[in-house]
Design a protein. Structure first.
Lengths: 129, 129
DNA sequence: CTCTTGAATGATAGAATCATCAAATAGTCA
DNA sequence: TGACTATTTGATGATTCTATCATTCAAGAG
């Protein structure tokens, strides 16, 4: 009899733990794709998410459950359909900052590479690569 | 003979995968604490990180290795000491946005709770809690 | 060269997450 | 009520991550 995860993550922990948990919720490609779809519309139905992601219903639902657990999304049922929205606009901001960070980091990596090939490797000291 | 993870994560994947990987790098409390210490200083030595976190050296080193893998930090050796810095200021920005998001989400949760107790539960429709 | 210090890497058991299929639940309609 | 649709939940094996101890590596001094 295995313990299932809580419906909602615990927010009463130290902030660094709560942050780490939030990032756990973001640490899967499907969940990033879902959040980005939700960022681009006021709300999205599960059936539209299914179409957009090409996933099987139960697979997507497990991921939506994780997003709900970390309160990254809200859901609302209307008849047979379920609609999802971002819980807060800062979730979209977070994805945007992550994108900027990745671009910077990638550019810096390329620059380091160019720098080391242009000047030889002896002047690059202390950089682990 | 088990495969060990690559020294550096693959940045040549679709962007949503690369983002998810970045968030994996952030998905542990110790690594959040380290990044926040690095956000507050131009550079920090490993020995200072050890003191600040109270971790054993090899435990911290494993986490620093994850941060290096996702290029969230840079390291520089000077004699016996190793110094770490944030790879980009946007890493600090990311933590700040996450904090704002958590605050908003937490406040919204509290408001929902107050709303439902003030008006009774029958007017709260569609909200999963 | 040996020894010490500071830090990284290796190894591995246990915990957590992921992937996927089966079953259950919620809502609607005849 | 039963049948159907839409979605969620349960179950479980595979994979990955975490925690932790042992070992190795890098730098410096004598």
């Amino acid at each position: 009899m295995k313990d299932s995860p809580p419906e909602y993550a615990d927010f009463r922990a130290p902030l660094y733990e709560v942050k780490a948990n939030l990032f756990k919720g973001l640490a899967h490609p499907v969940r990033i794709r879902v959040l980005e779809l939700l960022s681009a519309a006021p709300e999205v139905s599960v059936s539209d998410l299914l179409t957009a992601t090409g996933l099987e219903a139960s697979h997507l639902s497990q991921h939506l459950s994780v997003l709900r657990r970390y309160r990254l999304v809200k859901s609302e049922r209307r008849g047979l359909q379920q609609f999802y929205t971002l819980a807060d606009p800062l979730a979209a901001e977070l994805l945007a900052v992550a994108r900027g960070l990745l671009q910077n980091v990638l550019n810096a990596t390329k620059e380091d590479l160019e720098y080391s090939t242009a000047t030889g490797s002896t002047t690059v000291d202390g950089d682990n690569r």
